[in-house]
Design a protein around this ligand. Structure first.
Ligand code: SIN
Length: 505
C-alpha cells in the first residue's frame, strides 16, 4: 500500500476544485498510526465559504424540480463510484483516523449501502400521504419538500459514513449540500468530493469546504444556509446552537456525545455479555459517541463477568492501521494526553484501578494507548471521571443488588444516547425502554454499531430531538399540508352574514 502525501486539491464548488491563491489557514495531517506519515496538507479560504454556499443556492431550484426519480439516477451512478473507490476510501479512512483497515473497510462499504437503505426504506417516510375528508368533503395531502441549502459538518471518527448519512438523504429529498469535513480528516472529505465529481452530479449540488473552527463558524452563520446537519461533540453542537439562535429559518440536527451504559443482569448469557461489552467499550479505541462507558453488574455475576472482561481486554491487539489489530491509534496526540489525564482523575477520585490505561510506544510511533477499567464503589453524579465523555478506551464498572440502583446509575448522566440491557427477562428490557432516558435501547447487544434502518439520536446533551439515520429524511424536508378542493362553489356552505352574489361580465 502506497502512502505518499495526497495532493491537496482545494475546495469543491461550481462543479470543480478551487485552490485559494492566498489561503487564510494551512495545517498538516499526520497519520495517527505513524507520526512521520504526512497524509495531506490542507488549506482553508474564508472567501470560498460564501462562494460554495452560493453555488449550492444556485443549484437548488433545478435540483429540487428535477424530481425524485431523476435524482435517483444520479445515485445509481454514485453507488457504482462508491464501490469503485471502496478500497481507496478504506485506506484513506484508516490512514487518516488510525482505525484498523478491517474496520475502515466496513465504513467504506456502508457508503453505497446508505444509498440503498435511503431509497428502499427511508424515503417511504416522506412519501405523499392522502387524507380523505381532511375537512368535510375536501381531501387533504401531506407532501414533503426540500429545505434548500444544507451545511453538513462531519466528525473525525466516521469521516465518510456519518456525513454520508446526512448528505444522501439531503440530496435525495431535493436539497443541495455544502460539506465541511473534520479538519482531522480532510483527505477523506476530498475523496468524497472526487467521487461526487466523477458521478457527474449537476454543478453546485454537492460542494465541499475544508477548514478548521473558523470555517465551521462562518459556514453555520451564513444567511444562505437553511439547515445545519452536525455530528460531533456537545461543546461544538452547543456553539452552533448559540451562533444561530436568531436564524429562525435554519433547522439544526445535532448529533452529539454519549456516556452510555450497559446493565448485565443475573440471568444474562454471560459469555455473550462479556464479548458485546468488550466491543462496546473498546471498538474504534472508544472513539464513538455510542461507546459503552459504564457497565452495571448484578452482584451475583460481577466477579465472573469482571474476570473474563479483564482477561479479554488485556489481550486485545493494538497496532498500525495496516496490521488489522482490534484497536488502532487515537486520532491525535491531544486525545492521548486527554486519555492519560482521565487515568489520573479516576485515581484521584478514588476509583479502583483494575487496568490502567497507558501510552503505548510502538514502531512506527503513533497515538497508541492501552484500554482501561476502573471499578467504582459508589456512583457519584459529581465525579468528573464518571460524568465526562472521554472518547477513549476506558470503562467504569459498578456492582448493584437491585434494578432501581442500576437504572439510577444509567440515568445519572447529562447525556442520553444508548443503553444496553443483558437479560433473558423481557420485562426488564421493557422497563429500560421506558425508564432510561436515551434514544436507543439495545437488548443483549452492545451499545455501538447502529443500524441505518432505524432512527439514531439521543436525549439530553446527546441530541436535539432530530434523530438521524432512517429519520434523517424528516429533518431534510418541510411537511406541506394542502387542502385540495375540487368541488364547485356551493351557496349552501356559505357562512352566515355574507351576502354574496357573483356577477358574470
Ligand atoms: C458514532 O456515531 O460515533 C457511532 C455510531 C455507531 O456506533 O454506529
Amino acid at each position: 500500500m502506497e502512502t505518499k502525501t495526497i495532493e491537496f486539491l482545494g475546495d469543491f464548488y461550481n462543479g470543480s476544485f478551487q485552490r485559494a491563491k492566498n489561503p487564510d489557514d494551512t495545517w498538516q495531517i499526520s497519520s495517527p498510526s505513524d507520526k512521520k506519515d504526512t497524509v495531506i496538507c490542507p488549506e482553508a479560504s474564508f472567501q470560498h465559504i460564501e462562494e460554495a454556499v452560493a453555488s449550492a443556492r444556485r443549484a437548488f431550484p433545478s435540483w429540487a424540480h428535477l424530481g425524485l426519480e431523476k435524482r435517483k439516477e444520479y445515485f445509481q451512478r454514485l453507488i457504482e463510484i462508491y464501490q469503485k473507490y471502496e478500497n481507496e476510501m478504506a485506506e484513506t479512512i484508516a490512514r487518516e483516523t488510525g482505525k484498523p483497515l478491517w474496520e475502515a473497510q466496513t465504513e467504506a462499504k456502508a457508503l453505497s449501502g446508505k444509498i440503498n437503505v435511503t431509497i428502499n426504506h427511508s424515503l417511504k417516510r416522506v412519501s405523499e400521504e392522502k387524507v380523505p375528508d381532511a375537512l368535510p368533503g375536501v381531501d387533504g395531502y401531506v407532501r414533503y419538500k426540500p429545505r434548500g441549502v444544507m451545511a453538513v459538518l462531519g466528525p473525525f471518527n466516521f469521516p465518510a459514513h456519518l456525513p454520508n448519512g446526512h448528505i444522501v438523504p439531503a440530496l435525495l429529498t431535493g436539497n443541495t449540500v455544502v460539506f465541511k469535513p473534520s479538519d482531522k480528516t480532510a483527505a477523506v472529505g476530498q475523496l468524497m468530493a472526487k467521487m461526487f465529481a466523477e458521478a457527474e452530479f449537476p454543478e453546485g449540488v454537492f460542494n465541499l469546504v475544508q477548514g478548521r473552527g473558523e470555517t465551521g463558524k462562518r459556514l453555520v452563520a451564513s444567511h444562505q444556509v437553511d439547515g445545519i446537519l452536525f455530528t460531533g461533540s456537545y461543546e461544538v453542537g452547543l456553539k452552533i446552537k448559540q451562533e444561530t439562535l436568531t436564524h429562525y429559518w435554519k433547522i439544526l440536527a445535532l448529533e452529539m456525545g454519549g456516556k452510555n451504559s450497559a446493565i448485565v443482569w443475573e440471568d444474562a448469557d454471560l459469555e455473550k455479555a462479556v464479548y458485546e461489552n468488550i466491543v462496546g467499550a473498546y471498538l474504534t479505541s472508544g472513539q464513538r459517541c455510542s461507546a459503552t462507558s459504564k457497565i452495571i453488574l448484578h452482584k451475583s455475576i460481577a466477579d465472573t463477568f469482571l474476570e473474563n472482561f479483564y482477561e479479554t481486554a488485556k489481550k486485545l491487539t493494538i497496532g498500525h492501521w495496516k496490521e488489522n489489530a482490534f484497536m488502532g491509534a487515537l486520532v491525535s496526540a491531544d486525545s492521548v494526553d486527554n486519555y492519560l489525564r482521565f487515568q489520573e482523575i479516576a485515581k484521584r477520585e478514588g476509583a479502583e484501578c483494575i487496568m490502567r490505561g497507558k501510552a503505548l510506544d510502538l514502531s512506527p510511533s503513533g497515538n497508541y494507548v492501552t484500554p482501561s477499567i476502573y471499578k467504582i464503589k459508589e456512583f457519584d453524579p459529581k465525579s468528573v471521571y464518571q460524568q465526562t465523555e472521554i472518547f477513549g478506551p476506558s470503562v467504569s464498572i459498578y456492582t448493584v443488588n437491585d434494578l432501581e440502583t442500576a437504572f439510577a446509575i444509567a440515568n445519572g448522566s447529562s447525556y442520553g444516547l444508548v443503553h444496553s440491557v443483558f437479560t433473558k427477562d423481557r420485562s426488564i428490557y421493557e422497563k429500560a425502554l421506558l425508564d432510561i432516558r436515551v434514544g436507543l435501547v439495545n437488548w443483549n447487544r452492545t451499545t455501538n454499531g447502529a443500524s441505518s434502518k432505524l432512527p439514531f439520536g439521543g436525549m439530553k446533551k446527546s441530541g436535539n430531538d432530530r434523530p438521524s439515520a432512517d429519520f434523517a429524511v424528516y429533518y431534510c424536508t418541510v411537511p406541506v399540508a394542502s387542502l385540495e378542493d375540487l368541488n364547485p362553489f356551493s351557496k349552501e356552505k356559505m357562512f352566515p352574514g355574507i351576502s354574496y352574489q357573483f356577477h358574470q361580465k
